[in-house]
Design a protein around this ligand. Sequence first.
Ligand SMILES: [Zn+2]
Ligand SMILES: [Zn+2]
Length: 327
Amino acid sequence: MEISSDSAFGVVTGAGLSSLGDPAAVRQQPHEAHEISLLLKLTNLVAVVVPFAGLILGIVMLWGWGFSWIHLGILVGMYFATGFGITVGYHRLFTHKSFETSKFMKATLAVLGSMAVEGPVFKWAAQHRRHHQHSDDHDDPHSPHLHGKGFKGMLQGLWYSHVGWLFDKDQPKVYSYIPDLMKCRVLQWVSNTFTLWVFVGLLIPTVLGGLLTMSWTGALFGFVWGGLARIFLVHHITWSINSVCHLWGSQPFRSHDESRNNVVFGVLGMGEGWHNNHHAFPTSARHGLRWWQIDTSYYVIRLMELVGLAWQVRIPAPATMEAKRNR
Ligand SMILES: [Zn+2]
Ligand SMILES: [Zn+2]
């Protein structure tokens, strides 16, 4: 058992510790290696690439009448706003407590994350803490590795890790993972009013599309691109992290699971694709630990820190990283 792994992050103590994804605190048993077949990896690749290709084809076909620079701007703007709500807010702040911020910023990030339509913040954070605690073991809510042998088991695993886990009924004990979050009144309010924020997230691009083109068709396409297509894109990319990044990529650190660093999802997933780094150092605010590992979510946190909106930003010490390096 590795004791020193997260001590460099500092202050988390007591009941909250094991649920923040600290492998030193939660993993008593050594990880059982899963055999990853080429077929599994290739099927996953097809499942991930085809929907992307479909979206790009749609954009090309509709360019000029159903898609324009304005709609591209709305799509990209909404993608980053709600995507950072998930990566900076739901994931790095609420699930892993990798930095601290004001109540107002917490509410803002939770609202933006809710607009991504990945469920209320409490449910997401609880599921994700469980993912870290049981990564690729029986209780992992979205491992691609636990659905039996053969082609059918493999397809089930891929479907489940990609989207299926979201439709699971709440496990009775799932909220025992987030006692710290449940004490926060602001978060309670945002989590309970989830549906409202989904609606607001659809309204904003619709109104923008209408105002920027001064037309009803512009409003409709604002809704389609900045609302529906953007939700699809954020879902597809965040969920690809759960499947692709437990199948494809490098493992520079010992993390006791199948997590991998994947350069494509490092860039597209706003830094979340440096997933082996993340599983090795779950409470680090920075996932792209090398200078060339682009991590836009960390750049946002760093910017917040520079202007006084974030503090206690946790980064592993060089010696801690060295100790966990795979040789
Ligand atoms: Zn993972
Ligand atoms: Zn995580």
